[in-house]
Design a binder for this molecule. Structure first.
Ligand SMILES: N[C@@H](CCC(=O)N[C@@H](CS)C(=O)NCC(=O)O)C(=O)O
Length: 338
């Protein structure tokens, strides 16, 4: 009798749990029919508009994946471009539904902003770029240098930490707009430019003579970059988190935008669950059962997105490094979709 009672309470809780889809952002996004993603103002490979004004990049693909989950249509998204300093206020004040903007996940950001990190879509580290004619081989030779960084970034803090730890002096030049930071560096106002290595590679590829600049070998910090949502709407948080995990799992399982239709016939239970052939995952998220099929079909798996935007198929030609799958020498690891 007692056991029966407990089971009944458990079932009631479960029902309440599945009704928790009534999150304010989840509902608002569903109602308006598109996702508003807060992105950067333009970092090639991550998020940048092309000559026709179409936004592409790894962070844009994540935004498209979220749209595919919600609407079965990856084109149902809009962007709000922000500087590093503006991005958190933009999310807090509801200017967007999700931050998909090369944002490092840190304890302070998770605990003091009313926001929450929902995963990692690029494992990065910070580095320093200098002009080649400075003839510097290591950051340890940069004592007394003037270093340009962008306001409101982890870069600002890591810079001070590293120079202090190495007992070197430096002069920071802290500027809000990315193009002004780059301008100050190129014009010689700063000896060095510090940022996430991926973004630095992106900036370097857009300079007039990229070969005149070198990225020094040091890694200054861990920068796990990923999306954030406002706290208090777990249904929405889950849509963001699991859209990303669907892309990562699809890569691990070998499901691509090219073969996803054949994969519907796969006998692998993991693939059947991912693609909604075995239903349940969509219902749990509060979306259609084809949510992950739509992501893979329209956006691609994580590896395809990486390759196209920042990897061998892009101007940046970044190696996957840490962003390879956990069983291929990296640390990308999709949590189980089950
Ligand atoms: N990952 C770091 C740095 C992110 C960041 O804002 N980097 C700059 C340096 S390239 C950037 O993306 N700027 C582009 C913009 O302001 O739109 C953080 O989260 O603080």
């Amino acid at each position: 009798m007692k056991a029966l009672k407990i089971a009944a309470v458990g079932a009631a809780l479960l029902t309440a749990g599945s009704l928790a889809h009534a999150g304010a952002t989840f509902d608002a996004v569903k109602k308006k029919g598109f996702v508003q993603c807060i992105v950067n103002t333009g970092v090639a490979g991550f998020s940048a508009p092309d000559s026709q004004g179409n936004w592409t990049g790894l962070d844009i693909d994540l935004c498209r994946a979220i749209a595919a989950t919600m609407f079965g249509d990856s084109t149902k998204f809009k962007v709000t471009p922000t500087s590093a300093a503006q991005r958190f206020t933009a999310l807090q004040s509801g200017e967007g539904d999700v931050l998909t903007r090369n944002t490092t996940q840190t304890l302070t950001r998770d605990t003091t902003l009313g926001l929450l990190g929902a995963g990692v879509n690029f494992y990065d580290s910070q580095g320093i770029m200098v002009r080649k004619d400075l003839n510097v081989k290591s950051a340890k030779e940069l004592g007394g240098a003037t270093v340009c960084v962008q306001t409101g970034t982890t870069t600002e803090l890591n810079l001070a930490d590293w120079f202090r730890a190495n007992k070197l002096t430096f002069k920071p030049v802290v500027i809000e707009k990315q193009e002004e930071v780059v301008g100050a560096f190129v014009s010689g106002r700063c000896d060095a430019f510090k940022s996430d290595k991926s973004q630095m590679a992106s900036v370097r590829s857009t300079l007039e003579k990229p070969e005149n600049y070198v990225i020094l070998p040091e890694d200054f910090s861990k920068e796990p970059l990923g999306p954030m949502t406002r706290q208090g709407d777990e249904a929405w948080f889950n849509v963001v988190r699991w859209s990303l995990f669907a892309m990562i799992n699809a890569e691990e399982l070998g499901v691509t935008s090219k073969n996803v239709d054949e994969m519907l016939k796969s006998s692998d239970p993991n693939i059947q669950r991912l693609l909604g052939v075995t239903p349940g995952m969509g219902k749990n998220l509060g979306v259609g059962e084809q949510w992950a099929y739509n992501i893979v079909k329209q956006v691609g798996n994580y590896g395809e997105s990486f390759q196209r935007n920042v990897g061998s198929g892009s101007a940046l030609k970044l190696e996957p490094g840490l962003n390879a799958q956990w069983n291929k020498g990296g640390i990308m690891y999709g949590w189980p979709i089950r």
